[in-house]
Design a protein around this ligand. Structure first.
Ligand code: COA
Length: 199
């Protein structure tokens, strides 16, 4: 328990001290929402949005949540939403959504490309291995968009350069590839923050 807590805090801190990556940035805008596919997972799943610590408290006995509780609590305190997907009463996938005018989950999210007002970033998402390829995460992304986007707002998702499955998942949900962000920050010093739009 103590080890898990320490590792969670170290991992949160690590992103603040050192942040490095080459990432694709995907975007969904209100205008693209109409063309967003109407997806359903291939198994009967339920989706719950947790918006505060009280909402999380109801699930903290679940092992999948207990393991991530420190991070989830931290993100909820920063005003993030936590999307949980259930299959037969077990959590099978999750994703976290930050409102970028309130909280940057990673230093790179402070880049100008994300600054347009009340925009969102979806981050820290995964589907547990035995439930992958069933349409669950692409469905979560569509729900996040439907629940949040208002006029003029955008929802971003980033994906590591080599994470092809993640690219497919994001594109399946109807997101458009905006460009490529190369980012290196060490301590307070940003060594690289280049963004190239993809025409
Ligand atoms: C990336 C990830 C979240 C996808 O979750 P998922 O619930 O399996 O996604 P979906 O089932 O909605 O997949 C969407 C599309 O991705 C592709 N895909 C999914 N799994 C795939 C696999 N193993 N191999 C190839 N393509 C795959 C398919 O094209 C699929 O579309 P289809 O259902 O029409 O065939 C999951 O693989 C994961 O948790 N990976 C580890 C963590 C991670 O990389 N997170 C992403 C951070 S941005």
């Amino acid at each position: 328990m103590v080890l898990n807590t320490t590792l969670s805090w170290l991992s949160l801190l690590k992103h603040r001290i050192y942040c490095n990556g080459k990432k694709y940035v995907f975007c969904m805008s209100r205008g693209n929402l109409a063309g967003m596919p109407d997806l359903r997972p291939r198994i009967e799943c339920g989706c719950e949005v947790v918006r505060d610590l009280a909402g999380l408290e109801r699930h903290t006995t679940r092992p999948e949540i207990k393991k991530e509780a420190i991070k989830f609590k931290y993100y909820l305190r920063q005003g993030c939403q936590l999307y949980l997907m259930f299959y037969q009463n077990a959590v099978v996938a999750y994703a976290v959504v930050a409102r970028l005018n309130r909280f940057y989950p990673y230093p790179f999210a402070n880049h100008a490309v994300f600054k347009g007002g009340a925009d969102y970033l979806v981050f820290y998402g995964q589907t547990f291995p035995e439930y992958r390829g069933l349409g669950i995460n692409s469905y979560i992304l569509t729900q996040i968009c439907k629940n949040n986007i208002k006029d003029g707002e955008r929802i971003f998702v980033t994906s590591d350069w080599g994470n092809l499955v993640s690219h497919k998942t994001i594109k399946k949900a109807g997101f458009k590839k905006l460009g490529i962000l190369k980012y290196i920050k060490v301590g307070f010093i940003t060594l690289q923050a280049d963004f190239k739009y993809i025409p």
